[in-house]
Design a protein around this ligand. Structure first.
Ligand SMILES: *Cc1c(COP(=O)(O)O)cnc(C)c1O
Length: 392
């Protein structure tokens, strides 16, 4: 008689204790603003590239997704040896953490909180220990507290900018301050999943923020509306480009993804850029053939249509500003967002009311204990949201 008691299996305690990753809600016919996806479907060229690659799936893809890595290296002005592609940037993050967390010794990973919910799960799986540093009252990274949380046991420090779910940007000056105040033995992991949306506009203005603010950002969600805050908020000049800082800070690794601006969430492609030494360590931990051949074809085709991506991002940023302004006019308090979503903080409104109205309007949003995150969709989808939230 076989032993049917699976509970005897020695699963790691850290894994048994893991919270489940909660994906954004989905439902037939509902307006899905719960997963920060790009609402625009892939272009005909991307679909054709995937279809063309489909005929070759009996073969393994290139081990290191060389075609994609070389194209990225050229565009980003780095060596191919500095790039590691993976099955979405969350998988790449897991590889990064596997390279620095040491079994048997405390491996602290400092992170802002609330931030991306995959962070604590990925850290626990890697055998690391989460050290969560609360955001400031205006939903931003507390860079001084993050630096102060570093101990001799700290292996890595996570920065999410723009931050999921609050949309706040860590300014370039803040990032550089952090990098110069964290020991070079600590790997700083900068997640730039929403970077394209931060570049495209700035709290109501576009590109040339005309010296509206210095590096020190100001709160956007002042009581009584966001226009005043937007004028004093972060500007397009404040946006970091982590990759340009790697030469000066070899302990920096930058994560990017094709899931958001490039509209390829279902294809699963992301990558890390680091010094070639750090990149080699990440590559050593990565799944062999981690990026499938359809995803490589899709990502290369999407890169070839950069202009299309920029135009969509511009449209989504304009929609973000329209939604934020309309919500503020209706009396809701909206945090300044530099991403493809907006944040309604529970500290400033009753999230149960927000959720109930969205449910009644058949609009799916993403609730957190600290507030509600609402992704920006097409104009029609955003209109459905605004109809649901109407007056406060
Ligand atoms: C969506 C998102 C990603 C992208 O994850 P993929 O695995 O590339 O789809 C990474 N970081 C953050 C903070 C995100 O919100």
């Amino acid at each position: 008689m076989p032993n049917l008691d699976a509970s005897a299996v020695q699963i790691r305690a850290a894994i048994r204790a893991l919270p489940a990753y909660v994906p954004g809600a989905r439902a037939q016919g509902a307006v899905k603003l719960s997963s920060n996806e790009n609402p625009f479907p892939p272009s005909p060229a991307v679909v054709a590239a995937i279809a063309a690659a489909a005929g070759g799936v009996n073969r393994y893809p290139d081990m290191a997704a060389r075609e994609l890595v070389e194209e990225l290296a050229q565009r980003l002005g780095v060596e191919p040896a500095q790039i590691v592609a993976g099955n979405g940037s969350v998988a790449v993050l897991a590889h990064v953490l596997a390279a620095v967390c040491e079994s048997g010794t405390p491996s602290d990973v400092v992170m802002p909180w609330r931030s991306f919910e995959a962070y604590p799960i990925t850290v626990e799986i890697a055998g690391g220990r989460c050290v969560q540093v609360p955001l400031t009252a205006d939903h931003r990274h507390d860079i001084h507290a993050l630096a102060a949380a570093v101990r001799p046991s700290t292996k890595a420090l996570l920065v999410c900018s723009p931050n999921n779910p609050t949309g706040s940007l860590v300014t370039r000056a803040e990032l550089e301050w952090l990098l110069s105040n964290v020991p070079s033995s600590v790997l700083v992991i900068l997640d730039e999943a929403y970077l394209e949306f931060a570049r495209a506009g700035s709290g109501g203005g576009v590109a040339s923020g005309a010296g509206s603010s210095e590096a020190q950002a100001v709160v956007a969600d002042v009581p009584g509306g966001r226009s005043e805050g937007a004028a004093g908020g972060t500007s397009a000049h404040d946006v970091h480009d982590g990759i340009s800082l790697i030469e000066r800070y070899p302990n920096l690794v930058v994560l990017r993804t094709f899931s958001k601006a490039y509209a390829l969430a279902g294809a699963r492609v992301g990558y890390a850029v680091a010094s070639s030494e750090v990149a080699a360590a990440i590559r050593a931990t990565a799944t062999p053939f981690g990026v499938n051949s359809l995803a490589v074809a899709a990502a290369c085709a999407a890169l070839a249509e950069e202009e299309r991506m920029r135009a969509q991002v511009t449209e989504l940023v304009a929609e973000r500003e329209r939604v934020a302004a309309a919500l503020a006019r209706a009396g809701w308090s909206v945090a300044e967002s530099r991403a493809n979503f907006v944040w309604l903080s529970a500290a400033e409104q009753d999230t149960a009311v927000v959720l109930e109205r969205c449910r009644a309007g058949n609009v799916l949003v993403r609730p957190f204990p600290e507030g509600v995150r609402i992704s920006i969709g097409t104009r029609a989808e955003n209109d459905a949201l605004l109809a649901a939230l109407g007056q406060r």
